[in-house]
Ligand binder design. Structure first.
Ligand code: ZN
Length: 417
């Protein structure tokens, strides 16, 4: 064990010239019972630097729920005093963030360069998109759907056997920079697609009859920033006029009840909705691609972490989608499939009631474009590691998630519209 911890630390030091070291920072989980508790958390958030992990912001806290947040070392005593004095029940999920941050690199794979069981930096993922395309010319083609704020190419992989007028499923990963398990899943999916095509009957049929559009990392600039400067970064890296704060929450930036609920108008907030819907080059590129392929795209899947949930519209409103019953049955079956491998339990339902109301999300937007099968995955875990899921869990997480995705894809194929 010691050996791997040491290797992990070495990997961290070499791959991760972090400006912040997170030494002594803690992640708390607080039980919130009533409005009084919510007000206390609001007060704490206004006087100390709190990074909300779940929900995404202080405004989304509701009674009878739990709140996970990260606290800087110098604020821990203050936060614990306030919690104790007001008799709020809480647990310390992570007692020293730096230790967990080093432990995320616990893969036993010694390989340098790309690995499906390690977290890969953007440079490695970019090279991988080229390599996997070159090695599988009859199944994969690569295109660039736009560039990011900092000028990086947004690569899209189209996976499927050549054919005319094929229906398609669009799946993206890496909306939120710190959710590293998400891009790992997109890479895993591509590998499993090409590895099992012609070997496994279901994948073979899916790729013969459908195309998958895979966007391995949406928020590339943010992802790069989590590797080089701040592992806990969430947003894009665009500049904001009149503010020294960077970035917009890409999953609050779509034209679906834009900025009406569960989003912030402040450029410094982690849930900043942007100056307008699709103000971000990344979300605009994604939306433009989907708009121009609406006749073929039958399902939209977006991969986030953490909390083990499968969500469908709506999140911007408590209204239910027209095919709510169908989506609910699909989600129920998908999470059952997922659990069949390792027993991982997911909850599911419409976003607004299952997690919390949040406007401007890509799933709601895609649904309102007419894509009637639209789902958001919140992958492992439920808070033990949060965004710092160890590499040793990549395989199991991706294997189980793949079962759910294959089920959904097959359902879509049997219910084309
Ligand atoms: Zn997310």
């Amino acid at each position: 064990m010691l050996v791997f911890l040491v290797l992990g630390a070495a990997a961290l030091a070499s791959a991760h010239h972090s400006g912040e070291h997170f030494e002594g920072e803690k992640v708390f989980r607080v039980n919130v019972e009533n409005e009084n508790h919510i007000n206390l958390i609001h007060e704490l958030a206004s006087t100390t630097q709190i990074d909300f992990w779940k929900p995404d912001s202080v405004t989304q806290i509701k009674p009878h729920s739990t709140v996970d947040f990260r606290v800087k070392a110098e604020d821990i005593a203050t936060v614990e005093n306030v919690l104790k004095q007001n008799e709020l029940q809480y647990d310390v999920l992570i007692s020293n963030l730096r230790n967990v941050m080093e432990a995320q690199f616990d893969s036993r794979v010694r390989k340098t360069g790309h690995s499906y069981e390690k977290y890969n930096n953007w440079e490695t993922i970019e090279a991988w998109t080229q390599q996997v395309t070159t090695e599988n010319p009859d199944l994969i083609s690569r295109s660039v759907i736009g560039t990011t704020f900092e000028g990086r190419n947004m690569y899209l992989l189209k996976i499927g056997k050549a054919g005319t007028d094929k229906p398609a499923i669009f799946m993206d990963c890496g909306f939120h920079a710190r959710e590293w398990i998400s891009p790992a899943f997109c890479q895993w999916f591509v590998r499993e697609a090409v590895r099992t095509y012609g070997q496994e009957i279901h994948m073979t049929e899916l790729l013969q009859k459908l195309d998958f559009y895979i966007l391995p990392v949406v928020n590339i600039d943010g992802y790069v920033y989590t590797w080089t400067k701040n592992r806990m970064w969430r947003k894009t890296r665009s500049t904001n006029a009149g503010s020294g704060c960077y970035g917009t929450d890409p999953n609050r930036n779509f034209n679906a009840g834009w900025c009406e609920t569960g989003a912030s108008r402040s450029p410094c907030a982690d849930t900043y909705c942007g100056s307008a819907a699709e103000s971000e080059k990344e979300t605009k590129a994604l939306a433009d691609f989907i708009r121009s392929h609406l006749s073929s795209i039958k399902a939209y899947l977006t991969i986030h972490s953490y909390s083990q949930m499968l969500l469908y519209p709506y999140s911007y409103d408590y209204k239910l989608p027209a095919n709510n019953v169908e989506l609910n049955t699909m989600a129920k079956t998908a999470v059952k499939e997922l659990a069949s491998l390792h027993g991982t339990k997911y909850t599911y339902g419409p976003g607004a009631t299952t997690i919390y109301p949040a406007a401007g999300g890509s799933d709601d937007w895609a649904y309102d474009q007419g894509i009637k099968y639209s789902f958001t995955f919140e992958l492992r875990d439920t808070g033990r590691y949060g965004f710092l899921l160890p590499e040793s869990q990549i395989r199991a997480t991706c294997e189980e998630t793949l079962l759910a995705i294959k089920y959904l894809a097959n359902y879509v194929l049997e219910h084309l519209y």
